[in-house]
Design a protein around this ligand. Sequence first.
Ligand code: IPE
Ligand code: IPE
Ligand code: MG
Length: 248
Amino acid sequence: MSSKKDSHKTLRKPAPKHIAIIMDGNGRWAKARHLPRSSGHQKGVQTVRKIVKYSAILGIKVLTLFAFSSENMKRSNEEVSLLFKLFLSVLKTETRKLKENNIKLKIIGDLSVFTPEIISLAEEAESSLEENTGLTLVIAANYGGQWDITESAKKIAQNVANGSIDPEKINTALFNKYTSLSTLPKVDLLIRTSGEVRLSNFLLWDIAYSEFYFCNTLWPDFNEKALDDAIEDFHLRERRYGQRKGNI
Ligand code: IPE
Ligand code: IPE
Ligand code: MG
C-alpha cells in the first residue's frame, strides 16, 4: 500500500506489535467549534480511517480501538442512537476498503444490545476478511474490561460444571484463551487521547504489562504524526517485566 503520508515514516525501530487506543475527546472537539457532539463523532470516524491505514503501513500487527464502552450506553438516547448509526454505516462502507488493504476485523464486546442488522453485518464483515493476513483491526463496541473477565470466568465455570475442565488445570494461560483478545499478542502500547488519565474500563486483562501513553490531542485531531510521537515515546521505555537488567 502506498501513501502520501509516507513522509511520517521516520521510525527506525520496529513498530510495537499491538497498539490499543482509547479514542477520547470527540465531544470536546465539537464543543470548541460550537458544533453538535455528532460532528465530533463523525470527525472521529475520519481519524479512525487515517490511523487504521497508517498502522497497516507501519506494519503493526494488531490495532485495538475503543469505539464505545458499556458505560457509554448510559448516554442520552440521541447520542447512543447516533453512535449505533455511525457503527452501522462504517460496517456498510468500510469492509470493502479493509479487504483491499489486507486487514482482518474482529469485533469485541457485548453485541447483544445491537440491532440484528448491525450484528449480521458485523459477522459478515469478520468472515469476509478472515483470510486477510495483514493488520488485525479489533473494534471494541459496548465493551468493558470487567465484562470481558466476567464472561471468561462464566464460560470456564460452565466447562468445570460439565466436566470438560479440571479446576486444578485453571491457570493464566487457560484463562487467557477465554478472553476476547484470546491468543492475539498482548498490548504493547496503550494510548489515550484528550488528556484524561484513566482506563475507563477498557482492556484490563490484556494490559498487565502494556506501556501507557497519554496525550492531550483530542481524537478528531489525532493523526499520523501523533501516532509516530507515541511510538517514539514507546521506544524510549525499558520493558523489564519485573526483572533486573544485568543484576544491578
Ligand atoms: C469519545 O469521545 C467517543 C466515545 C466515547 C464514543 P467523547 O464522546 O467521550 O468525547 P468527550 O470526552 O466528551 O470530549
Ligand atoms: C472511554 O471514554 C470510552 C471511549 C473512548 C470509547 P469516555 O469518555 O466514555 O470515558 P470517561 O467517561 O471520561 O471515563
Ligand atoms: Mg470522553
